[in-house]
Design a protein around this ligand. Sequence first.
Ligand SMILES: Nc1ncnc2c1ncn2[C@@H]1O[C@H](COP(=O)(O)OP(=O)(O)OP(=O)(O)O)[C@@H](O)[C@H]1O
Ligand SMILES: [Mg+2]
Length: 216
Amino acid sequence: MLEVAGIRHSYQSQLVLDLPHWRADEGDQWLLHGPSGCGKSTLLHILGGLLTPSEGIVTLAGTELGTLRGAAGDRYRGRHIGIVFQQLHLIDAITVRQNLTLAQRFAGLPVDEARATEILTVLGLADKANAFPFALSHGQAQRVALARALINRPAVVLADEPTSNLDDENAARALALLRDQARAHGSALVIASHDGRIKDAFEKRLELPARREAAA
Ligand SMILES: Nc1ncnc2c1ncn2[C@@H]1O[C@H](COP(=O)(O)OP(=O)(O)OP(=O)(O)O)[C@@H](O)[C@H]1O
Ligand SMILES: [Mg+2]
């Protein structure tokens, strides 16, 4: 469903990613693993259509992400791809609930307050709907970021280090919520992580090698 062909990416002519072929099928749960600097975030941004690779293509259910343009492209990504960023990128000036309904608007979907309430409840955030993100604990903010990625029931959920800076209990909770919700919607899930605590929790693992030439 999500498929990569001949991806290579360089920053300032330095090759940081070389992935000839990889695919995730509907409902697959993948761990993207490797040392810091090996290109996990870069690949996740490419899979989310946020970064165009130097070479190669990514297709999602037959749509080539590189062909998406402008507002229509933003709506397509908002509808079909949910992303949890390494830095959460919640909007502090609006409430938790408004952060979620904004994701519906960006996707060109009608605002569905009942769906926002539902996902907040599932993630244990019902009492935080009217709070502002800056007033949340890190574990709570992380769960709001998960809720925003999941609210539109995307075909693909991408999460960049979703357990970083969380204690063991919150890390396990965030991971379980992400996996359960992805499973419930049949979404493909790709988690980028170097967190040793979750290394063995995934059957499907894509190991990216350390890039020695990049460090040289
Ligand atoms: N915008 C950029 N400009 C130049 N180099 C970059 C840029 N973004 C990333 N890099 C470099 O590309 C390489 C891969 O970075 P990336 O962030 O994808 O790694 P990562 O595996 O996600 O690391 P971490 O585990 O620390 O999050 C690193 O060497 C990094 O310094
Ligand atoms: Mg990263």
